[in-house]
Unconditional design. Sequence first.
Lengths: 102, 240, 487
Amino acid sequence: MPLLYSLAGIALFCIALRAVILATAPLRAILAVNVMSSGVFLVLVALARRTPGLMPDPVPHAMVITGIVVAVSATAMAIVLTQRLRAAAGTNTTEDAPRADP
Amino acid sequence: MTMSRADRKMPARLAHALLTLAVTSVFAGLAFAMLSLPEETSGLAEAVGDELAGAGARNPVTAVLLNFRGYDTLLEIAVLLLALMAIWTMRRGELRLQRDPGEILVFLASVQVPVMIVVAGYMLWAGGDAPGGAFQAGAILAAAGVLLVLAGSDWPQRLSGWPLRAGLVLGLTVFIAVGVASVLGGRAFLDYSGEFVAPTILILEVSATVSIGLVLLDMFLSVLRGRASNTETAASMEDP
Amino acid sequence: MNPVETGATWAIWLIVSPLAAALIAFLLPRVAAGIALVNAVFMTTAALALLDQVTEAPRCFALGGWGAPLGIDLYADTLSGVLLVVTSVVFLATLLYSRSYLARTAIGPLFWPISLFLHAALNALFLSADAFNLYVTLELLSLSAVALVALADETRAVAAALRYLLASIVASLAYLLGVALLYHATGVLDLAALAERVTWTPTTWAALGLMTAGLALKGALFPVHFWLPGAHSYAPSPVSALLSALVVKAPFYVLLRLWYAPFVGAPEVVANLLGLLGAVAIVWGSVQALRQERLKLLIAYSTVAQIGYLFLLFPLAQTRSALQGVTVFILGHALAKAAMFLAAGNIYQYLGHDRIRDLRRVARELPVTLAAFAVGGVCIMGLPPSGNFIGKWLLIEAAFEQGDWGWAVIIVAGGLLSAAYVFRVLGHAFTLGKKRAEGTGAPATMAWTAFGLALLALMLGLAAAPLIDIIGSPVAVAVAIAAVPAQ
């Protein structure tokens, strides 16, 4: 059973990875990244279930709590940056920022 | 001679297909790695179980977060605070009261916010023995604050300047202070085992809860400012 | 529970002091600059003291009194010691520079606390020996760096910051998934414990792939370097200096530690792939640098190229010379590149732009700044007696030791290419032309801090012999993590 969840976690990770690379707008990339992180957390928590006793392994759970906090911080920064970008561009569309010189 | 639309899309479609192929093979590889893991293993669970008695909390996750691997938690609170500072430099726009929130929302807020505060306190307290803890409690507090804002309260705006900054840094400050106190007392950094383990963990959790709640709430408010500002900009640039 | 001698806590202060200083700087913006500078001086002292301590033997500190694998350990050996010293030196010079910079450019007082968090993150990373702890320090590092880039407050900087942030998060998640797999395969997170337990199973392979990919993306290895030129060039100049000199080296350092323990014995094909990508980075980055119109972009592409040299370590990882060479190279590049970016900042402020074609007469009007840039450029080219020269020399030695002279050819070619783009800039800067109407020169602090860093990079080669001796062999770097009993 833990295996099913961990496979689901990797599937989320991979699908979202593709979505990030192909994202046409910053908000899509941010959402995709959040799905990716959910995938990683799912893998961590699912495999923590493999303990012989009743209690799951607490260390991956602690890792996930830390990971969630970090993900929230990064997402908040990304959203505010996106707002900044839109304000600078002066439009309310979801176009991607003009690429800088390579 | 211009290419037909189908031809022009070919390179893009090819790239997409290659990417999908690459991602699928990554999935296959990871799945194979996953399937080759042994059925049962205990990881660090045994080590945690052995030392749980002296750890100051019966909830093993709390023990890991606030004792065994407390250093990670310290850094993570630093990450939260840093992200807020970053947001402060990036945000634009003013914070304004929500206009016309509607009776239902106001009623809901007036009923739920006190309950949420109590639940947050309970989560904080219960985190020692059962699932719960500083992060969960802090998140609920922040949610209560968000509900207040959405319902038109001006309380969050009155929270600014010195009291706000003091509340924001409280969690990290207490954590560092506890660590330094251990060092000055001749022990390792963040080594507070002994008879005062449980009270120390409680102090750490309470200050962390306050800070986490304030940081998350302020992050939300900052995003709200940006939305108001962008809507104005868009409105002022309407198509003729 | 092991009691710790209070004397052995330089490592703790290296992490705690910048964090505490950041909090004070946040609460009291008016003393923020002063606090940051005081901390920078203290950090330099602490780093030198720690380096002195670990020269005899590596030290390991059990945080929380628990000890790995249950708790988290800090680990300091000569490699981390040396990197901590160069970090504090670059910070000290850059923060001095920033005082004058901030008086002329409005980037806000939060620059100080955020840069202090950056310093704390770097120190915590160099002292970490726990796979998950490294993840947290990498995140603190990346988010601080992104925040500093976005301070520039213009559209291109904000766009570059967003791109940097997204790339960084994706990379961190790949790394974290690798850590998850590694933990679930071995049951521990501590690097030393991992080194003992890792066996080559499909799970370990997957973890190696994920972590390497994530760290390569964070470390701007070709071809995933796309985020670097924008982020490093559109950031405010002191930030560019910190990013190119220090921040971009941290993921490489993590990969290096992982490579020696626990992934020792990683298959050659991966090592050669990394080396190959490094070689391409050297050529590609240098060629792109030559094509740039703007000075800061040129310097940023130079960083892309110089990162390539670092990754040449992996195919040569068994030799001591390669490890020593890369370490000295990191030191030399950090000092020289920081000098170049600070100098570019002076030029930008003085001229109002940084177009290379329009740099005429700058040599006459900003002599110290140009000297800083020129000396930094000489180091980047790898001329003696600079540290970069020693680094490249040791890498070439390592290549011949292993019989792979192909890498040596690349290193030499890279030197020639970097000479091309450095001389291009200097050629324009030394051209005579009409005197500009404005002309007040650069503030003394800003010019001399840049020059000081460049001079250090140049003189590094003279001090290289004792430095090289204290860098242990690859076996020592790896095994030491396992052998030291936690204090």
